[in-house]
Design a protein around this ligand. Sequence first.
Ligand code: ZN
Length: 417
Amino acid sequence: MAATATGLCEFVDASPSPFHTCVTVAERLRSAGYTELAETDRWPRAAGRYFTVRAGSLVAWDATSAGTPTVPFRIVGAHTDSPNLRVKQHPDRQVAGWQLVALAPYGGAWLNSWLDRGLGISGRLSVRDGSHRLIRIDEPLLRIPQLAIHLAEDRAAVKIDPQRHVNAVWGDGRAPGFLSHVAQHAGIRPAEVLGFDLMTHDLAPSRLTGVGERFVSAPRLDNQASCYAGLEALLAARPGAFLPVLVLFDHEEVGSTSDHGAQSDLLPTVLERITLAAGGDREDLLRRLPASTLASADMAHATHPNYPDRHEPAHQIAINGGPVLKVQPNLRYATDGRTAATFALACEQAGVALQRYEHRADLPCGSTIGPMSAARTGIPTVDVGAPQLAMHSARELMGADDVAAYAAALTAFLSPE
Ligand code: ZN
């Protein structure tokens, strides 16, 4: 099944949290013949298609026809997390008769976009018996009402304070404790829940928009559009001269430093174990790394029609104009000339146009998993993406045609001819 804009909408709607993204990807992988390996097990020596999950991160690889343990890797990396609002440890508040759920921003959430929306709850409950339960409540339980315009001190510049202004109303005094409600929804006695990672999600379904349905309006396009395109690319890639790998990291939006973010040992460990399982040794691993290439796939800024001055004038990025190569001279992106050439060849092979992005030199530039994966593994890396608007909003916008073009370019990158 090829990547489509509708397929992306289904993927996003199935994946409100990083944990759910991993489940969505794992289900697709299993139905395509992939076998899940636990990191705590001894891994099989047999050739095959495999994946492993570490909390909100996942690595999958196709080792069906990798004859020797020195075949170089082609790796597509993306991230499973998106900025959102997360539930505080003591969530219950009462103010002026309202029952509130205390929330805190995760990553660079664009706070204004989270107001006046029906918000659901998703994430993970950690239970006394040592198990973890995924939870998802797709009901508009929470809502963060905006201040009335008549009460604003300064209508031209409404400031949203992350401590005081993003708590959600959910009851009028009759509601139970928030965590009790969530536990009951999961069929667990509240006292059994000893830890949780709970977050909010926009409940409006993803959909095609604009005249002729030329756009995708969805939450979490950054970076689930890349997870989806990377997954479709892995499933379409044909291993041969390279061994295709997909790595999806959690925690990119908060700097990637964790036991399973891009700064962790997850990718180096898995690459070493793939080598060992193929009968190779550490010397084989160290030989294959410099011959490998990693494409760090994260979303890119399309030129905004209402703010064209925020963009580098000679590097305009068109929506539905094809995948984007991201270059930044101070290495906020990992791309250099040689890895740019590798990706340009992949786009040529896929028959899609390539757009080249440079950030304005007078604006601070975001970063992504590219530079840290490159530093962690020593693998030459290219930063790429698909164009979108409204990055880090609760609701983002990309081109419908760009979904298939992005996946096609990543497929060609994973299995060059
Ligand atoms: Zn991103």
